[in-house]
Design a protein around this ligand. Structure first.
Ligand code: HEM
Length: 501
């Protein structure tokens, strides 16, 4: 394992030199290796639709750490190793942090999303606002809210021990919305949640492969609405309405409550208070509306994978519970316990290694030509980090198919940032919040319950362990249930005082 780390370190010194094309005869340099494509369409008909990260991992055995592909003239480089990701996406992040153009996203008004904005001043402004709220030192001030939500999760699980996934999803949504707006959502038919989820789903459907057709063939965007096949106009109009509701509904509630003097502390409230003018307030409305959409599916995917691994690995649960009993005894965990519970952290890291929520990280486009280790990567190339391939590298993670949290107790790995959060200047700006939300849920669940397969008529319901999703990968719904660890633990949940926020 450590040899791989030293290889990464060596990379620091041997990183390819970035030179502008005038200094190098770039035409004579090869692109990184990759499968040969057809004229014009390039590799388009070879690009896999199902689990492409697995195909690229397989291809990496032939082509190596970087794989070059093209699709209708667009260059794509799949980045398969931590070493090359560090070189290209971290050290060269000044010129590898753009996002690909997507006209459909703009037409849908989803370009309000910081994660999809092109590299530039507008992106920097949105990211700065996120960073001020969710950087590492800022997270402890959010602990009370998250803790309160985790206690609510335990009470809900106690009431519905066979509805684990549903209650985890409500926990994530309710924590994200409370942190952002100070609003308590309803478990069902909540109008803020309904508006937000509808806006997210229409985006998911619209950016499936093929959505960039408007960018590849620009005249298409001028087709009139009545033209057969020009359904994108209708989708875009519907999306604009949904995005408007997603932005305005919760933000207006905060403003109304502020006027009444009843608004609890929240991110939106702070931004409204500090806005110097209407434009700043409108900008804040857009940025805050992104917190839930960025947090929900990614965090839910990871927590669902955690539940799956717990059902499949009872011995891991037993070891985690032994650690919890030894360190915290008979009380419920808090975030302050985290430094003393390394195995709980290790479980979460191992889940993120084996089941990255976004196995192919959102593309980082290059804004200059790059010459890297004798290979040419032209300006405008989409660099796509394959975190699946990185996590399953047997040199770095021996027996990568095995769920072994203890590998993260190795001092060489303890400090490594999970690469599931991406890289460089575009690295997930909500990762510390995501970790705080997930960690307390995992620690609280394992200290009070044991996750077991669902039983029906005395028989265990089999778990297929299948995954689905296109951009965000998550386990297909499965059934499991919770067994209380003891009556005393159940009393702890019932008698836990409300956490003041
Ligand atoms: C398990 C939880 C999460 C995972 C796995 C995750 C993963 C990611 C990934 C892979 C990216 C793209 C990084 C890149 O381009 O290199 C990203 C970006 C982003 N994430 Fe997260 N995320 C999580 C939670 C959150 C949360 C809780 C928030 C909100 C508070 C959030 C907000 C964002 C934003 C705003 C971006 C765009 C950053 C930019 O383009 O500058 N994420 N996330």
């Amino acid at each position: 394992m450590s040899s791989v780390w030293s290889l990464g370190l060596l990379g620091t010194f041997v990183t390819g030199v970035v030179l502008h094309s005038i200094f190098k005869k770039k035409d004579q340099l090869p692109y990184p290796p990759g499968p040969k494509g057809a004229p014009i369409i390039g590799n388009m008909n070879q690009l896999p639709h199902l689990e492409p990260f697995k195909t690229y991992t397989e291809w990496s055995k032939t082509y190596g750490e970087l794989i070059h592909l093209t699709a209708l003239g667009k260059h794509i480089v799949i980045v398969n190793s931590v070493r090359t990701a560090n070189d290209l996406l971290e050290k060269m992040s000044k010129i590898t942090s753009d996002r690909p153009e997507n006209t459909m996203i703009k037409l849908m008004h989803w370009d309000v999303n910081v994660g999809l904005k092109p590299y530039g001043e507008d992106w920097r402004r949105g990211r700065r606002i996120f960073h001020q709220q969710f950087n590492l030192p800022a997270i402890p001030k959010l602990h009370p809210v998250i803790l309160r939500k985790s206690r609510e999760l335990l009470r809900n699980l106690q009431a519905e021990p066979t509805e684990v996934i549903k209650n985890f999803e409500f926990y994530v949504a309710s924590a994200a919305i409370y942190v952002t707006y100070g609003i308590e959502i309803m478990p069902e038919h909540d109008r803020i949640m309904d508006a937000t989820i509808s806006a997210i789903r229409i985006l998911d459907d619209a950016i499936l492969p093929g959505s960039q057709i408007l960018d590849l063939i620009p005249p298409l965007r001028y087709l009139p609405e009545w033209f057969p096949g020009a359904t994108f106009h209708r989708t875009a109009a519907k999306s604009r309405q949904l995005v408007k509701e997603m932005r305005e509904l919760p933000f207006n509630v905060v403003k109304e409550r502020m006027a009444e003097g009843t608004a609890p502390n929240s991110w939106a409230k702070e931004l409204i208070e500090s806005a110097a003018n209407e434009e700043e307030e409108k900008y804040a409305e857009g940025v805050t509306s992104m917190a839930f959409s960025a947090a929900a599916d990614t965090t839910n995917s990871t927590l669902r994978s955690f539940l799956l691994e717990m059902v499949l690995n009872p011995e891991v649960q037993a070891r985690a519970q032994a650690e919890l009993d030894a360190v915290i005894g008979e009380r419920l965990p808090t975030h302050e316990d985290r430094p003393h519970l390394p195995y709980i952290d290790a479980i979460l890291k191992e889940v993120m290694r084996m089941h990255p929520a976004i196995p192919l990280v959102t593309p980082h486009d290059t804004t200059q030509d790059i010459i890297y280790e004798g290979q040419f990567i032209p300006k405008g190339t989409s660099l796509v980090a394959n975190t699946w391939c990185m996590g399953y590298n047997p040199e770095m993670f021996p027996e990568p198919e095995q769920f072994k949290p203890e590998r993260y107790l190795d001092p060489a790995l303890v400090k490594q940032e999970p690469f599931t959060f991406g890289f460089g200047r575009r690295i997930c700006v909500g990762r510390y919040l995501g970790e705080a939300v997930m960690w307390i849920a995992v620690a609280s669940l394992l200290s009070t319950f044991t996750v077991v397969p669902m039983k029906r008529d005395g028989k265990e319901v089999p778990i297929a362990g299948e995954y689905c999703g296109i951009m965000i990968r998550y386990p297909a719904p499965f059934e499991c249930m919770l067994i209380p660890r003891s009556q005393a633990h159940m009393e702890l949940i019932k008698s836990a005082p409300e956490v003041a926020v």
